[in-house]
Design a protein around this ligand. Structure first.
Ligand code: PEP
Ligand code: MN
Length: 348
């Protein structure tokens, strides 16, 4: 990793650096942070001669040689000061709330528009809405591209940025063309490396944020953080990690709630953690407890399913969605825990 003395290298300096690393079979990938751009050396960056020559350049501050499978997302990376801002909040400095329906019903758009206004009123910073849905049953409703217009209309009405899951390149393109601010990679696709690469490539020169769910099949923490690195490696480090419950399920819950993973993640990565209690427990009545526990464990935010009339919802909404009143209470309590945690000795 090349750390320049200035906020970014000039095109001439990039050309000079590129010429050096090319001699050693490497290339350069700029990673645009909030304040400073740093330059990843793609390839085997261990050659001492190459490092010496780079360190000799008067516009280079230092060469960071983090030996980690996720050198950009690593806590020791220069990107650790990078902050992600969305919906008027900065992750790590304010508790960020993503809320909205699991699935937008294209036949009843008013439900989504009402939900959008209600979650804003309850205190959400980002509106979520499923346009395309990963369904176990091939005959179940799979989503509908038309819902993207409903999602963007809700964004216009509320002024909230929006989050939607994409599962393939076609959906990715539709979502980006429509102006979706946050792309969700679902639990089923968090290990789909070609999709991660496509998303990384597509968001490289944008300020789009990626909400990366934890796969049910991820073992080590490194596997989760490395999936985030796949996206960041193309140049956009706006990746949020989202634990959402794992397998095997805890009897009675939809999955095994994994909100306690946050302190472990924070030891290894600077990436913000936004926990999804809705898919973790799978029942509206259990969601508030899981949400509050997640904040106590150090989450930077929560992603919760909510609906103005859960029984009229489709997808997960009839089971999991919070009513706006419960969502508002949960957010208020979560903020209290957030403040307690921040004021506690060693809190953060
Ligand atoms: C969702 O957010 O509605 C969803 C399908 O999530 P997950 O990928 O975590 O199952
Ligand atoms: Mn859902």
């Amino acid at each position: 990793m090349i750390l320049p003395k200035s906020n970014r290298l000039t095109p001439e300096q990039v050309a000079e650096v590129t010429a050096i690393v090319r001699e050693f079979g490497c290339s350069i990938q700029p990673i645009v942070g909030a304040v400073r751009t740093i330059y990843a050396i793609v390839g085997d960056e261990r050659d001492e001669l190459m490092i010496n020559r780079l360190e000799g350049l008067n516009f280079v501050d230092r060469i960071d040689r983090i030996q980690s499978p996720f050198k950009l997302m690593d806590r020791r990376s220069d990107l650790s000061s990078h902050r992600i801002r969305v919906g008027g909040v900065t992750l790590g400095e304010d508790l960020a709330i993503i809320a909205g329906q699991c699935t937008i019903d294209p036949k009843n758009p008013n439900f989504f528009l009402e939900t959008a206004l209600a979650v804003k009123e309850a205190g959400a910073h980002v509106l979520r809405g499923g346009v395309w849905k990963p369904r176990t049953n091939p005959y179940a409703f799979q989503g509908d591209s038309k819902s993207i217009d409903i999602l963007m209309e809700a964004s216009r009405i509320t002024g909230l940025p929006v989050d939607a899951e994409v599962m393939d390149e076609e959906q990715l393109q539709v979502a980006l063309d429509a102006g979706v601010h946050m792309l969700q990679v679902g639990a089923r696709n968090a290990l789909n490396y070609s999709l991660l690469r496509s998303i990384g490539r597509a968001v490289a020169k944008r300020d789009t944020i990626v909400l990366l769910k934890r796969s049910l099949h991820m073992g080590s923490l490194s596997e989760f953080i490395s999936a985030a690195e796949y996206i960041a490696a193309f140049g956009n480090p706006n990746v949020i990690l989202c634990p959402r419950g794992t397998a095997p399920a805890l009897d009675g819950y939809r999955n095994h709630p994994d909100e306690s993973i946050t302190p472990l993640l924070k030891e290894k990565t600077w990436a913000p953690v936004v926990v999804d209690p809705s898919h973790s427990v799978g029942r509206a009545s259990y969601v508030p407890a899981c949400a509050l526990a997640a904040v106590a464990y150090g989450a930077d935010g929560l992603c919760m399913e909510a609906h103005v009339s859960p029984s009229h919802g489709i997808g997960d909404d009839p089971k999991q969605a919070l009513t706006p009143a419960v969502l508002a209470d949960t957010i208020a309590q979560a903020k209290q825990i957030w403040s307690l945690r921040r004021s506690a000795v060693g809190g953060g």
